[in-house]
Every structure is written in structure tokens, then in C-alpha cells.
Write a protein that binds this ligand. Structure first.
Ligand SMILES: NC(=O)c1ccc[n+]([C@@H]2O[C@H](COP(=O)([O-])OP(=O)(O)OC[C@H]3O[C@@H](n4cnc5c(N)ncnc54)[C@H](OP(=O)(O)O)[C@@H]3O)[C@@H](O)[C@H]2O)c1
Length: 246
């Protein structure tokens, strides 16, 4: 899987303390030949495993991102950046809005900061490091609910809008990236509904066969990345390889 990753390759997983991010690090270690994985958490540091360098980092702290980028730049050929961080609700009461009546400026700012602005800053510091020779991928976990075309239910205003804006950044980054690294890709991914703390309050409506374990989802996502070609750059793909409409 991901045959362009070899022992001299470096991968970065942001949000590696989360459900999907941790499973991705495991899947990368087990199913690819990647040499070093830089794995970051925020409140929680990911476990330090063989071939894994673990850190804590706030995706909104540009100085920390720059410091990590400097270490990554010295470690080898950067071939994969995977943003697996994100926010939907908090223990202190931030929750997806059912109506415009629930909109709060502070919640909008927090959701956009983690889901949109943070990935933008990761792009600023890590896209220039992506290998210019051969295949390389910059991927961010988006969500199907970020599709404007596919929105039939409404609600979840801040989260949906933050992921739609993330999808635009992915498209923009893909255009800029193609000029410096023609074989590299920048894509968004929808992991399916995955059994993690993020989805926990909303799992009751999900049929058991539609709820993936983080390990299942991580494998699906790596399989999707494996099939992508440079012409796919800028788009968002679901766990089953389906392209999600903007
Ligand atoms: N689970 C699903 O069903 C589902 C469906 C569609 C899309 N997604 C997307 O998939 C992504 C991962 O979701 P998940 O289910 O794995 O969620 P999760 O288990 O809650 O993990 C979230 C991750 O984001 C990190 N994070 C939060 N704030 C951060 C910050 N300021 N700086 C850096 N990292 C920060 C967390 O770090 P700490 O825990 O260390 O603080 C954690 O590693 C999200 O973007 C989500 O929108 C998930």
C-alpha cells in the first residue's frame, strides 16, 4: 500500500492522538514502508512507537508548526502529510447547532479555527516541504457534510461551513502545489462515520454496519490514497473512493 513510501520517506500525521489519527499511524506502520512518522497530538501526546516521533502541538500555534517543519525538513523526503485533527463539540458545551438561533460567535470562531484555519497553517508550513520528485500527498480529513450540493438536512452550521471552507483551501492548495510538484496531490477525505469521541454523541442514529472502527476507516483511507492520481488533486473523496461533490 502507498508504494511510493520507502524507508527514506517521512510522513506527518497531525491529530495522531485522535481516534482516526492514531489508527492511521498504526496502519502506516503496519502496511507501508514509511521510514519515520512525525505524530502530533494536542492535549494528549501520541504513544512513542518504533519509527514514530511523537509531539504535542496546537495546530493554531504557528511557532510550533514552524519548529516541527524544521525538524521534518531535516529528517528525509516528506511524502505524506495527513491532517486528522478536527472539532465538532467540546465538553464545555459547544455543540452542533440545530438552528440559526443557536449560533454564537465564539463557537463559530473555535470551530473554524480548528477545522479550517489550523489546516491552512499546516499547509503553509508543510506544503513547501513535500517532495518535488515523484508521488507525495497532502491530505486532510474533511466531512461529507461539508458538501454544499449534498446538503439536504441543514443544521450543524459552523461545522458544515468550516469543512466547506477547508475543501476550498484544498482546491486552492492543489493548484499552487501542481506548479512546484506536478506529481503531488492535495486532497480532502471523508472517513465515514467512525467510532471516536467526535462522533460518540451522534452514533444512535447510525446503523451498526455503517459505523466503522478507527482501524477500518484508516485502512479504507489509505486504500483510497493508493488509487489517486495527480488529476484527482483538489477534490474530496469518501472512504469508499467516491468523489464528493463540492
Ligand atoms: N469520527 C467521524 O465519524 C468523522 C466523520 C467525518 C469526519 N471526521 C473528521 O475526522 C477528523 C478526526 O476525527 P476523529 O473522529 O478522529 O476525532 P477525535 O478522536 O476527536 O480526534 C480529534 C483530534 O484533533 C486533535 N485536535 C483538536 N484540537 C487541536 C488543536 N488545537 N491542535 C492540534 N490538534 C487538535 C485532537 O488532539 P487531542 O485529543 O490530543 O487534544 C485529536 O487528535 C476530524 O477532522 C473530523 O471532522 C470524523
Amino acid at each position: 500500500m502507498l508504494s511510493f513510501l520507502d524507508a527514506s520517506s517521512v510522513a506527518v500525521v497531525i491529530g495522531a492522538s485522535g481516534g482516526i489519527g492514531a489508527a492511521l499511524v498504526s496502519a502506516l506502520r503496519e502496511h507501508t514502508a514509511v521510514g519515520t512518522i512525525f505524530a502530533t497530538g494536542h492535549a494528549n501526546q501520541p504513544p512513542a512507537l518504533a519509527r514514530v516521533e511523537a509531539y504535542t502541538l496546537d495546530i493554531l500555534d504557528e511557532a510550533s508548526l514552524a519548529a516541527l517543519a524544521a525538524r521534518v525538513g531535516e529528517a528525509g523526503s516528506l511524502r505524506l502529510v495527513f491532517i486528522a485533527s478536527g472539532l465538532l463539540h467540546t465538553p464545555s458545551g459547544l455543540a452542533p447547532e440545530k438552528s440559526w438561533r443557536s449560533l454564537e460567535l465564539a463557537s463559530l470562531q473555535q470551530i473554524f479555527a480548528i477545522n479550517t484555519f489550523g489546516p491552512a497553517l499546516v499547509g503553509k508550513h508543510f506544503l513547501p516541504l513535500l517532495s518535488r520528485q515523484g508521488a507525495a500527498i497532502f491530505a486532510a480529513l474533511s466531512a461529507r457534510v461539508g458538501s454544499i450540493e449534498d446538503n439536504r438536512l441543514g443544521g450543524w452550521h459552523a461545522y458544515r461551513a468550516s469543512k466547506a471552507a477547508l475543501n476550498m483551501l484544498i482546491k486552492n492548495f492543489s493548484i499552487e502545489l501542481s506548479r512546484r510538484a506536478p506529481e503531488a496531490l492535495c486532497v480532502g477525505l471523508h472517513p465515514g462515520t467512525v467510532d471516536t469521541p467526535l462522533s460518540l454523541p451522534f452514533q444512535r442514529a447510525v446503523r451498526p454496519e455503517k459505523l466503522f472502527s478507527p482501524a477500518e476507516s484508516a485502512l479504507h483511507l489509505l486504500e483510497v490514497l493508493d488509487e489517486l492520481r495527480p488529476a484527482d488533486s483538489g477534490a474530496v473523496f469518501a472512504w469508499d473512493g467516491q468523489r464528493i461533490t463540492a
